[in-house]
Design a protein around this ligand. Structure first.
Ligand code: ATP
Ligand code: RIB
Length: 306
């Protein structure tokens, strides 16, 4: 099994469940509150770790109680903490998450805090770790300069870069060029390419758009419908597992963590997508983000049952 570096955000998720999402100016009596570790980078790192990957998690914490939430989770999960970065003056971030308990739709405001302050020098400080990794998995939830820097460093070192384009924002051509894989959801794919992902034909067009920018493999996640996968050889929609979702927040993170874990074991893209779909299907049946990620044994058992 090869090594994986996951570079991205940690924030504390403050999640409330509500009978309906409030309209501006409305106060709704919620039914449940849960606080726990989150952030797209951290969710993906934990998902990959619990799925069996050899993960180095790189994120930036403040020196505060919220940082303690990350450290406690990493201790409990037996994750390596030696590549964590710290800010002495900016606090750890938080995400305010509202989940509609009927539709399971969510609304999120994320305040990145310390994860918005990662310097180029801090990125350079993980060069040795990156060098040993076969894959870098990252997102767009830290300051853009850090994303740009870690991706260019990884490419220079010959590391395969997987970019999950969440939360979506414009991506420079230089970032696309040479990416091993890009994993937008359908809304992100539409915003980035200008092509509405309303079926296989348009997904093919979006894949061509990414290929023309120099991306090697394209995976567009389609929620409960599964994923669209395009490699140089084959393009297909792979269905999701049929389950009853109660909270899909972090489903994309679960998928990306599972994907990189399976790839790092040497599975091909198609087998890795199946594993990632299974991991994500388990996660959507549980509340929360990081805490919803299943262990490897559960994933394998679930796949065997299907
Ligand atoms: P989020 O932003 O909430 O983290 P996302 O929009 O990035 O999610 P989705 O495309 O909604 O990601 O979902 C990612 C993957 O999770 C899907 O490709 C699928 O494997 C799994 N998934 C999501 N919703 C369901 C569901 N209702 N049933 C089964 N699997 C699901
Ligand atoms: O993808 C889900 C994550 O996005 C949550 O954990 C929250 O922190 C937000 O940033």
């Amino acid at each position: 099994m090869s090594k994986v570096t996951v570079f991205g955000s940690f924030v504390v998720d403050l999640m409330g469940r509500t009978p309906h999402l409030p309209v501006p100016g409305e106060t709704v009596k919620g039914s449940m509150f849960k606080m726990g570790p989150g952030g797209k980078g951290f969710n993906q790192g934990v998902a990959a770790h619990k799925a069996g990957a050899d993960v180095t998690m790189v994120t930036k914490l403040g020196r505060d109680t919220f940082a303690g939430v990350a450290l406690a989770a990493m201790d409990e999960l037996n994750m390596k903490k030696d590549k964590l970065l710290y800010s002495d003056d900016v606090e750890t971030g938080a995400a305010l998450i509202m989940v509609d308990e009927n539709s399971s739709q969510n609304e999120i405001v994320v305040i990145l805090g310390s994860c918005n302050t990662i310097t180029d020098e801090e990125v350079e400080s993980i060069t040795d770790e990156l060098k040993q990794s076969e894959f870098l998995l990252t997102q767009l939830e830290t300051n853009v300069s850090a994303t740009r820097k870690v991706i260019s460093l990884a490419k220079e070192l010959g590391v395969k870069v997987i970019l999950n384009t969440a939360p979506v924002q414009e991506v420079e051509d230089e970032i696309y060029d040479g990416l091993y894989m890009i994993t937008p959801n359908e809304v992100e794919a539409e915003i980035l390419t200008g092509i509405v992902i309303d079926g296989k034909e348009n997904a093919d067009k979006a894949a061509d758009w990414f290929f023309a920018k120099g991306v090697q493999n394209v995976i567009i996640t389609l929620g409960g419908r599964g994923v669209y996968v395009a490699t140089a050889e084959k393009r297909e929609i792979v269905p999701a597992y049929t389950v009853k979702a109660i909270d899909t927040t972090g489903a994309g993170d679960a998928f990306n963590g599972g994907l990189v874990a399976a790839l790092s074991e040497g599975k091909d893209i198609w087998a890795s997508v199946d594993f990632a779909n299974a991991l994500a299907a388990l996660s959507v049946q549980r509340l929360g983000t990081t805490p919803a990620m299943p262990w490897r044994e559960e994933i394998l058992r679930f796949m065997g049952e299907k």
